[in-house]
Design a protein around this ligand. Structure first.
Ligand code: ANZ
Length: 802
């Protein structure tokens, strides 16, 4: 066996691909385009991690295969480079974040190149490049002009340690996603984007795309559309209506008390009437410390304070009901107030039990214990004019009733909140807005974009939580684009999600200085045909970018309603100890080491062979070695090759089957089984001892998408025409997918006695003579007379004997 030296081979081919711009995508209207996309990374200081190459290799396989099938593939890569870790690193080490970013990108890029991805590097983008973020700012201005960006005083999630406002999505289990500190609340004037205006379309248009079902479900749940009603409860002896949102207007006769959020404005308004105001205030302070997540946790012990001195009237029966404040009602959802129906709602039930409130069932559910939650089958009771109706009928009737009596209306609600778009940080896109005493907020003139980040001495957030930009007079002081009078610039920057909300558009025309991308390029290349990314981005990035895309579609900038035709996701790669890889656990595997010690092709094969692509998989050094061994055997396969322009006769069917399997599997995320099929074909080659050139050629092409360097090298070595990347993907012969021989059941007097391996087209004479020579059959026919033969070729042979 000759020695396989991947490092030399890999460097050689990477250079050829670079020099020849093999993977550069150019518009060619005669060819079908294919746009696969993987999430561009945040270029962190740690460099590439073995988790990164998993999706990159997967779609690289599809990209390479599709090119061989004659499609025009655009497979781009870039850098999502704004973000806190770089800024924090810059602060700590006194290096400009732009320099940190540049160095990190350099490292990431060389790592990626060493793995041989077929990215079109000529289209590389970087979200921190002013030529890129100019267009992020431009999109912001369009959003503003269309009423989709606005400033609002918001109780925002606040991380006291990062000193930064967090979007709901950045709060995980009540803690800051980045640093793990407990998140509190703070009122801030923030730029908001009205993603809620797109809530319906973000749900309904999921019908038109091919996303994995779990991704669709997560998006729908996140948007959380629910159908219900808003109903007014008058305060007793006051001219004030307390408005509640309920999805269950049918249960209103069971509303025995009300709960308002501790932040509800009614509390301020009636502070003179509330006799226990001290207790109320104390509770407000207590609630402020918790995140929405903690507050709405089901299992949590219920807390609350009953308002002393004010109460409300149930509008359908005139009964007086007490009002409580409790943190399980959130100010940010519905109206911030609820009618509590303890008989049919779990939280209300727990609360009522704890504070001894009456519980009145209004749906007859037989003997089931309260609270009955899934009560769609029972009929209404204790509910006056609703009695005897089904839940659905009662809902409709109640909505009609409240509308007729002008005490409410039908209402659709969404869990989705508008997107908090401001960050009081340095390392982000400056929000291109100017505040003028006379004209209020005015967008910067488009011809002045980009508004570049100024050089600063210190990136530290100010203690009052304002952006470091607020301390730079040169930046802050400007003039009003309308009247020219001295005005002040916005000093907040955009969140990390801005640049990634439209990057896939920029790849199609990344140098365009007049537009986000030209119409022609967008029309040719978009939408993205296949986007693979992590499940952790389903409710953040994926939703945000769909929102921006729909907006751009509405203003005529992009040709399609949806950015991504298909979305799949991959599982995480764990450490050898089956734990998430992390520095502190010491179980991190560096892809550079694998490339150096085993070769990039081995890394690629292993990353795909590690297990089902959608599932998490633990790393194993043994597994890596196994993949390396496999490639060594491929490297030595040439020994078996003899001349021959056709497939070896006895391998023909297996090869056709393998072409079919590998082709199908590469397209359906079953990379591991495709590789297994190639490994077993290799074994058959070895068993046979010799193979034809055609056998070899097909094998190299099938393996090429996974192990591109090695296969190119072998292709060149044996002298096949051109480079492998210009070859054509093999097409299997449908008539040669099954072996001719079948297992033919043979019956004697109607009972199956054996199965014969026989050609499926064998004639009767042949079949009978084979049967007569079979030991199992001889037992039953010896000394007897075959008086009749029933034979259905390929199905059955029945011998009738006497
Ligand atoms: C009465 C009722 C009876 C309710 C019943 C439920 C069951 P979704 O589906 O999530 O939209 N709710 C309304 N606003 C709330 C807030 N700000 N904080 C906490 N809970 C709130 O849920 C809507 C239901 O959640 C509403 O319907 C309300 O309780 C509660 F048998 O009203 B329901």
């Amino acid at each position: 066996m000759r020695e396989y030296n991947p490092n030399a081979i890999e460097k050689k081919w990477q250079k050829i691909w670079d020099d020849e711009e093999t993977f550069k995508a150019v518009i060619d209207k005669d060819k079908k385009k294919f746009y696969p996309l993987v999430e561009f990374p945040y270029p962190s200081g740690q460099g590439l991690h073995v988790g990164h190459p998993r999706p990159y290799t997967a779609l690289d396989i599809v990209a390479r295969k599709r090119r061989l099938e004659g499609e025009n593939v655009i497979y781009p890569m870039g850098w999502d480079a704004f973000g806190l870790p770089t800024e924090n690193y810059a602060i700590k080490n006194h290096i400009h974040p732009a320099i940190v970013t540049r160095d990190n990108i350099k490292n990431f890029k060389s790592q990626m190149k060493s793995i041989g991805f077929s990215f079109d590097w000529s289209r590389e983008i970087n979200t921190t490049d002013p030529n890129y973020y100019k267009w992020s700012q431009w999109i912001f201005i369009q959003l503003y002009k269309h009423g989709l960006a606005y400033k609002k005083e918001m109780p925002i999630n606040w991380c006291p340690s990062c000193k930064i406002g967090l979007a709901n999505e950045e709060v995980v289990d009540g803690k800051c996603e980045r640093c793990g500190s407990d998140v509190t609340h703070k009122v801030k004037n923030q730029w908001m984007l009205k993603i809620t205006k797109y809530a319906d379309r973000l749900i309904d248009d999921l019908d038109d795309v091919d996303y994995e079902e779990k991704i669709k479900t997560q998006q729908k749940n996140w948007i959380g559309r629910s159908y219900g009603a808003e109903i007014d409860f008058k305060l007793k002896d006051k001219d004030y209506k307390l408005n509640v949102y309920t999805t269950r207007p049918d249960t209103i006769f069971g509303a025995t008390y009300m709960v308002i959020a501790p932040e509800h404005p009614m509390l301020e308004k009636f502070k003179d009437d509330i006799k226990n105001l001290d207790k109320v205030k104390e509770y407000q302070t207590f609630a402020k410390k918790k995140s929405d997540f903690e507050r709405s946790e089901l299992s949590k012990e219920k807390t609350g304070v009953k308002l002393d001195g004010i109460s409300a009237i149930n509008p359908v029966n005139g009964k007086e009901v007490p009002i409580w404040i409790s943190d399980y009602v959130l100010i940010s959802y519905g109206t911030g107030a609820i009618m509590a129906v303890p008989a049919h709602d779990e939280r209300d039930f727990e609360f009522a039990k704890k504070f001894d409130m009456p519980i009145i069932p209004v749906i007859d559910n037989g003997d089931e214990e309260l609270p009955t939650i899934s009560n769609d089958k029972g009929l209404m009771i204790n509910s006056d004019f609703l009695n005897g109706l089904s839940v659905d009928e009662a809902k409709a009737k109640m909505i009609e009733y409240v509308e007729d009596n002008e005490i409410g209306f039908a209402k659709v609600n969404y869990k989705l909140r508008d997107w908090v778009f401001s960050r009081q940080r340095y390392w982000g896109e400056p929000i291109p807005m100017i505040y003028c005493q006379e004209h209020g907020w005015v967008p910067e003139k488009e011809e002045n974009l980009p508004i570049e980040l100024p050089e600063v001495e210190s990136y530290e957030v100010t203690d009052d939580g304002e952006s470091p930009l607020s301390k730079i007079d040169d930046f802050v002081n400007t003039t009003c684009p309308i009247c020219g009078k001295p005005s002040k610039r916005e000093t907040d920057t955009m969140p990390q999600w801005a640049g990634s909300s439209w990057y896939y558009l920029r790849y199609t025309d990344h140098n365009n200085s007049k537009d986000i991308a030209s119409k022609e390029n967008l029309e040719y290349f978009t939408p993205v045909d296949w986007y693979n990314g992590g499940m952790e981005h389903t409710t953040l990035h994926l939703l945000y970018s769909r929102f921006w895309h729909k907006f751009l579609y509405d203003i005529g900038k992009v040709p399609t309603k949806e950015p991504y035709q298909k979305r799949t996701s991959h599982g995480m790669i764990l450490g050898e100890d089956h734990q998430k890889m992390s520095k502190s656990r010491g179980n991190v595997v560096n892809p550079d080491d694998i490339v150096r010690d085993y070769g990039a092709d081995t890394l690629r094969v292993y990353e795909m062979f590690i297990g089902d692509f959608r599932s998490t998989a633990p790393w194993s050094d043994e597994g890596v070695k196994g993949c390396r061994k496999y490639l060594e055997r491929v490297f030595n396969l040439y020994e078996l090759v003899e001349d021959g322009e056709e497939y070896s006769k006895d391998l023909e069917i297996l090869i056709n089957q393998t072409i079919k399997k590998v082709s199908d599997d590469y397209e359906s995320l079953k990379y591991n089984t495709a590789i297994a099929a190639l490994m077993s074909l290799l074994n058959e080659f070895r068993n046979k001892g010799t193979i034809t050139k055609k056998d070899y050629k097909t094998y190299l092409i099938l393996l090429n998408p996974v192990a591109p360097h090695l296969t190119e090298e072998l292709w060149e070595e044996i002298g096949f025409e051109g480079e492998l990347n210009q070859a054509s993907w093999p097409i299997y012969d449908k008539s040669k997918l099954e072996y001719d021989t079948i297992e033919l059941p043979v019956q004697v007097n109607g009972k199956v006695r054996t199965k014969l391996n026989i050609s499926k087209d064998a004639d009767q004479e042949d079949a009978v003579s084979k049967a007569e020579n079979d030991k199992n059959i001889q037992k039953y026919i010896d000394g007897k007379d075959i008086f009749k033969v029933i034979y259905v070729p390929g199905k059955i042979l029945n011998l009738l004997v006497k």
